[in-house]
Design a binder for this molecule. Structure first.
Ligand SMILES: [Zn+2]
Length: 244
C-alpha cells in the first residue's frame, strides 16, 4: 500500500493548520488538496486495515521520522492518502482519530469555460502545421530587391481558425471542436481536460508540460457510469462537468 502525507501549505491564509475537521466545517472551509503540500510519499506493507496503517504512520512520523522527511510531526489537520490498486482513500488527522474525506483529491477540478480546440479526426495525439503571419526586416537595394535578412522572424499574429491545420502525424485536416475546459490537479493527474460540448465519445487531455492533446475515449464503468482515465486516475465524467 502506498501512502502520501499532506500538510497545510506554507502561508496558510485560512489559519487552518493544526485545526480539527469540526473547525473547518464550522467555517465552511473545504478540506481539499489545493490547501495542502504533498510532503512525503512511501509504501507500507503488512497491513490490510486502513486504521492500522494510519496508526503505524502516526507513530513513525512522530517518533522515528525517515531522515528525508522535511515536514512537521504528523498532527491535527494533516491528511494521509492511502493508495492501493488505483483506489484512493484520504484521511484527515483529527484530535480524536482519523476522519475519511472522500473529496480531498477530487475537489481540485475547476471549470474554465468554453474553448475551441483543433483535433485530428483520426485521433492522433499530435501537433499541427498551419500558416502564421510573420514580419521580417530585410536589407534591400534601391529597388527593394532582397539583399539580406536583418531580423529574426517575429510573429505578428498566430494561426487563424480559417487556415488549414494539418495533423503532423497523419496529414489529415484538423477539426475544430468546441469544448468545456476543465482544470484537473490531483496527485496523479495534472492538466486540462477538454470535454466536447457536443458529445464525441471522448475527452481531450492536455497534461501539464505537454504540448499535444491526448485522445481519451469515454468508457462506462461496471455501474454503467461514463468515465475517463486521465494519467491512470479514473474520473466519472460528471465529476468533471458538474457545477461546483
Ligand atoms: Zn492525425
Amino acid at each position: 500500500m502506498e501512502y502520501t502525507i499532506y500538510q497545510v501549505k506554507g502561508g496558510d491564509p485560512d489559519g487552518r493548520k493544526f485545526m480539527s475537521s469540526d473547525w473547518h466545517y464550522n467555517r465552511n472551509l473545504r478540506i481539499h488538496v489545493g490547501a495542502y503540500d504533498n510532503v512525503y510519499s512511501g509504501s507500507i506493507d503488512g497491513f490490510t486495515d486502513a486504521g492500522d496503517v494510519l496508526e503505524e504512520l502516526f507513530e513513525v512520523f512522530n517518533i522515528r521520522h525517515p531522515a528525508d522527511f522535511k515536514g512537521h510531526s504528523l498532527s491535527v489537520s494533516d491528511v494521509v492518502v492511502l493508495t492501493e490498486a488505483g483506489l484512493y482513500e484520504a484521511y484527515f488527522c483529527d484530535f480524536d482519530g482519523w476522519t475519511e474525506i472522500p473529496d480531498f483529491l477530487k475537489s481540485e477540478i475547476r471549470q474554465c469555460g468554453i474553448v475551441k480546440l483543433h483535433v485530428c479526426p483520426n485521433h492522433c495525439d499530435s501537433l499541427f502545421a498551419t500558416p502564421a503571419h510573420v514580419v521580417q526586416t530585410w536589407k534591400v537595394d534601391a529597388f527593394g530587391n532582397f539583399i539580406d535578412e536583418m531580423s529574426t522572424d517575429s510573429t505578428t499574429h498566430g494561426p487563424d481558425d480559417g487556415n488549414t491545420w494539418e495533423c503532423l502525424e497523419c496529414g489529415a485536416e484538423a477539426e475544430i471542436v468546441e469544448c468545456l475546459q476543465v482544470e484537473v490537479a490531483t496527485t496523479t493527474s495534472r492538466g486540462n481536460a477538454f470535454i466536447p460540448v457536443t458529445p464525441r465519445g471522448c475527452v481531450y487531455w492536455l497534461r501539464d508540460g505537454m504540448t499535444a492533446t491526448e485522445y481519451v475515449p469515454i468508457a462506462p464503468n461496471d455501474r454503467g457510469i461514463p468515465t475517463v482515465e486521465l494519467d491512470g486516475q479514473v474520473f466519472c465524467l460528471f465529476e468533471l462537468t458538474k457545477e461546483d
